[in-house]
Design a binder for this molecule. Structure first.
Ligand SMILES: [Zn+2]
Length: 314
């Protein structure tokens, strides 16, 4: 049988005031103790939603103890009342979920404040400088004219940025990746020009850099590498952002063939990720797979593209 502690878990903050604990004691800040008084000796902790509290004088309380000591009810009485009320109270969201929800809101606001590429903006110039026709980025890549770059603590500057919507496996936006730029389309001269918005990410996210056509898709790690591979191999290509997300990627509905454009890292990280996801797609998803890697160690697909364009121009 479930105990009163299980039944009321994640509901204590709302339940306790109904059974005689003044909410002024449940703020999580130092307060007088509802049992022995004082000035700031008591603190409601509610660690892991278990409703616990601590007093420097009385020691630790579980929430049922607290109700008993404050109101004089015996255990049976307190537990019965709490269990009865628990069903009518919504469980509180754990802190992490609450923080993530806030981060998603911030990402969504940033995305809504961004603009489509026009060919005459820092993002288009940034892509063109890498040999990528900006019109190719017809998916979730946009321009933000004044994105806040945090220097340290509460200090920040506003910079133009390439913003890329990050979607989960179902295609729902979950975050935004930012590349801070100069007006003339170079990477901004800041310590960390590439940044994900804060907040946790689910497994298998990607940036849907381009709209899909047909049943073949390419994947690469970086946004620029995905677009470069798309130019070189004439295939629509998405970015998984890094090697650990690459191995958790899942193809969207209807895709029959995947070309994996791995990074050719000196540490073999990119290569390992490329072959891992290839194996998963082949064995688990029964999908036609091909792995392509740049020939030179340490090179990515944008290096290959620029190299080819230079040779063509010569
Ligand atoms: Zn006390």
């Amino acid at each position: 049988m479930k105990s009163v502690h299980d039944i009321c878990r994640h509901r204590w903050t709302e339940l306790l005031p109904h059974v005689g604990i003044d909410p002024k004691y449940l703020t999580g800040k130092h307060t007088p103790c509802p049992v022995c008084g004082g000035k700031d000796r008591f603190r409601y902790l509610n660690t892991k939603g278990k409703g616990g509290a601590i007093c420097n004088q009385c020691g630790g309380f579980n929430p049922v103890d607290l109700v008993m000591q404050v109101t004089g009810r015996d255990f049976q009485e307190a537990a019965r009342e709490l269990e009865k009320l628990a069903g009518s109270v919504e469980p509180e969201k754990p802190r992490k979920a609450r923080d993530n929800a806030k981060c998603r809101e911030a990402s969504s606001a940033l995305w809504k404040g961004s603009e489509a590429l026009t060919g005459d903006d820092p993002v288009s110039r940034y892509l063109e400088a890498r040999g990528i026709d900006w019109r190719l980025a017809d998916g979730d890549i946009r321009y933000h004219p004044s994105c806040s770059y945090h220097v340290d603590g509460n200090q920040y500057r506003r910079l133009p940025a390439m913003v890329a919507k990050i979607s989960d496996r179902e295609g729902k936006g979950v975050s935004v990746h930012r590349t801070f730029l100069t007006m003339d389309g170079r990477k901004a001269d800041v310590e960390k020009p590439k940044q994900m918005m804060p907040g946790g990410l689910p497994k298998g996210v990607s940036c849907r850099t381009m709209q899909l056509r047909g049943d073949t898709i390419g994947i690469a790690e970086g946004i620029e590498t995905a677009l470069s591979a798309a130019v070189l191999h004439r295939v629509r290509c998405w970015a998984t952002l890094n090697s650990s997300q690459m191995v958790k990627w899942e193809p969207p509905e209807g895709v029959k063939r995947v070309i994996i454009f791995g990074d050719c890292d000196l540490t073999f990280t990119g290569q390992a990720a490329a072959y891992s996801i290839a194996q998963i797609l082949k064995v688990r998803h029964k999908i036609d797979v091909e792995v392509k890697l740049p020939h030179a160690f340490g090179a990515d697909w944008n290096d290959v593209l620029k190299d080819q364009q230079q040779r063509n121009a010569a």
